[in-house]
Design a protein around this ligand. Structure first.
Ligand code: M6R
Length: 596
């Protein structure tokens, strides 16, 4: 996702090198374009931006020459609208005396953009960062001060974002946020602001965290917070942070995996905002709906999302979808493909060679390739006829967590749309996830003591929770090095039950519709001395029969799988740490598998 950084100094100086350094520190988020703007003491704006990596664009456009008393750098990670020079940020207003950049998503971008064009403003891109600039311009043109114009614009801009803006003739920058992160910093004669603490740390450790509903006004060596509601000043102590750069990127969590698990409610919220406003959802739903055969193709975690997706699509859209592991797609289905068939290729990285080979083989037979991917600018994005992003930001930890959650949510969203159902109920998901994380982590910390020494366990599910059981088992294997097999719960009695001895752990992931069926599986384990751990909504039958019940919030059968995966992620994480393993970088594994 995008990142922003802004700086205000007391006198004109070379700002290019500072902006490039800050840009590099934002780059871990993943991006496709970069841009810098400076406002010089003589009132001119120097704006340089393009598609490409920071070093590359900085060299081509000579960022090092840029001077000024204010500077902004932005890294854009395109969600909608092609990566292009015009869509790259920062943006200027109609007459070029306001310059600003945002990160995140403004979900009413299309409506606002049309309104600004109708009002006679010069709109140069389709990017929502430009919309933020015009939203302020609208009120400045009506005679409001910058602060008042921003207060009004804040009410017009819907979504999750942070935004920084400057005006020629005032030696200040203004910034504010909704949902997204924003932190300001202070040192001698300088004030800075950024979406990310790490980009500020080389300059200062004296910071102020900006909250929703606040505007931060930055002047040389001075920061002031104002309330959006009435413009009143907000008093907040300056904090001195002790984090190192790496710790700051982890936002205080000991590992990226834990940070990424905790990020899930926010990422889910961002995905829903994005899809609610996206015309591409309809395109994918329509193409998938009218396919002769619909294939859902992926590897590892992404394949598990495909399995869940197929179950959602059958249930909600009443049509079959065939989930398949990418390398097996080639021998099993490619020879029978035709142009009436559609494949949705699912990959966090968008670079997995198994997936790209399957896509190429299928396209050669005329299949229409669609993509569901996290990394914008990836090969899969370019090879897909149409795609949807996962909007998770950069996933650093090798085990996929937040990207699985958003893949699952994207499938549920698509299945609802394919079946002509409303998607409004999904707005409950972020809060339900927050509740799940808070409750499950407490229960799992207690459970881990007894499980951390086990080298062998099973994770079972049925129906909508079958893919979740497979995913939980994969997480466990990946970060604990224990053998953990995922399986359909009803299959357990057909062979693996022989593994059960005193204390042998079996995790049952159980949806609210499947309790009766799962309880008999639980008893088959417990009557042989095994330890049954259920992950489910509160239920007296499970409470009475299983040894442990990790309780999920009541959410109903469709949302239950989205919540059920969270305790399994946390269990894998806590077991990994208890076994002295670094869950972010498990041995032998790589985040992106570009090999056969
Ligand atoms: O980038 P992709 O989604 O295509 O990656 C596919 C698998 O390599 C990946 O999901 C892998 O299984 C994860 N590391 C599991 O956590």
């Amino acid at each position: 996702m995008c990142g922003i950084f802004g700086i205000v100094t007391s006198e004109e100086r070379p700002l290019g090198p500072v902006l490039v350094e800050a840009g590099k520190r934002l780059s871990y988020r993943g991006y496709d374009s970069v841009g810098c703007a400076t406002i010089r003491a003589d009132g001119t704006v120097d704006l340089r931006k393009d598609v490409g990596k920071v070093d590359d664009v900085a060299r081509r456009l000579q960022f090092h020459e840029m001077r000024g008393t204010r500077g902004i750098v932005q890294l854009r990670w395109a969600t909608f609208g092609a990566p292009s020079r015009a869509n790259a940020q920062p943006h200027i207003d109609s007459d070029g005396d306001l310059v600003g950049a945002h990160n995140g998503n403004v979900v009413n971008n299309v409506e606002l953009r049309e309104a600004f064009i109708a009002e006679g403003m010069t709109v140069r891109s389709t990017n929502d960062g430009e919309t933020c600039v015009h939203a302020v311009e609208r009120y400045v043109d009506r005679g409001h001060s910058m602060l008042d114009a921003i207060r009004r614009a804040y009410g017009d801009l819907e979504g999750d974002y942070s935004f920084v803006i400057g005006r020629v003739g005032e030696n200040r920058l203004y910034a504010f946020k909704k949902g997204s992160g924003l932190v300001a910093g202070l040192t001698d004669g300088i004030a800075v602001v950024s979406s990310d603490l790490p980009s500020i740390l080389p300059l200062t450790r004296r910071i102020v965290r900006v909250e929703d509903g606040e505007i931060v006004v930055l002047e040389p060596g001075r920061i002031e917070l104002r309330r959006v509601e009435d413009g009143a000043r907000v008093e907040r102590e300056i904090e001195t942070v002790a984090e190192t750069m790496e710790e700051a990127q982890k936002e205080g969590y000991p590992h990226f995996m834990l940070k990424e698990i905790h990020e899930q409610p926010r990422r889910a919220r961002e995905l829903l905002h994005l899809y609610d406003a996206s015309p591409h959802v309809a395109t994918l739903a329509e193409r998938m709906g009218r396919a002769r055969n619909l294939y859902l193709v992926g590897c590892g975690t992404s394949y598990h999302a495909c399995l869940l997706g197929a179950t959602y699509i059958a249930r909600l859209a009443g049509r079959p979808a065939i989930p398949v592991l990418a390398p097996q797609f080639v021998p099993q289905y490619v020879p029978a493909l035709g142009p009436e068939d559609v494949g949705l290729f699912v990959s966090q990285s968008g670079e997995t060679k198994d997936v790209l080979l399957a896509l190429d083989a299928a396209v050669a037979r005329g299949l229409v390739p669609l993509g569901l991917l996290n990394v914008i600018g990836s090969t899969l994005m370019y090879r897909s006829r149409a795609y949807l992003p996962l909007a998770c930001g950069y996933e650093i930890s090798v085990p996929a967590t937040k990207t699985f959650l958003n893949q699952a949510l994207a499938f549920l969203y698509l299945a609802l749309r394919m079946g002509g159902h409303p998607t409004a109920e999904l707005s409950r998901v972020p809060e339900l996830l927050e509740e799940t994380i808070a409750a499950a982590d407490r229960q799992i910390v207690e459970l881990v003591d007894g499980l951390a020494g086990r080298d062998d366990l099973y994770c079972l599910g049925y129906g909508l929770t079958y893919p979740i059981a497979l995913e939980g088992a994969l997480k466990m294997k990946e970060v604990t090095y224990a053998h953990c097999e995922g399986m359909l719960s009803t299959e357990f009695k057909h062979g693996p039950l022989s593994a059960v001895t005193e204390g042998y752990p079996v995790v049952f992931v159980c949806g609210p519709e499947d309790v009766a069926r799962v309880v008999s599986g639980v008893n088959e384990v417990t009557c042989r001395g095994g330890r049954a751990i259920a992950v489910a909504e509160e239920d007296p039958r499970l409470r009475a029969n299983a040894h442990d019940l990790i309780v999920l919030p009541e959410a109903g059968p469709l949302l239950n799988p989205l919540l059920a995966v969270v305790p399994l992620q946390l269990l894998a994480y806590r077991m990994s740490v208890a076994r002295g393993i670094d869950p972010d970088f498990p041995r032998n594994l790589s985040k992106t598998l570009t090999v056969d």
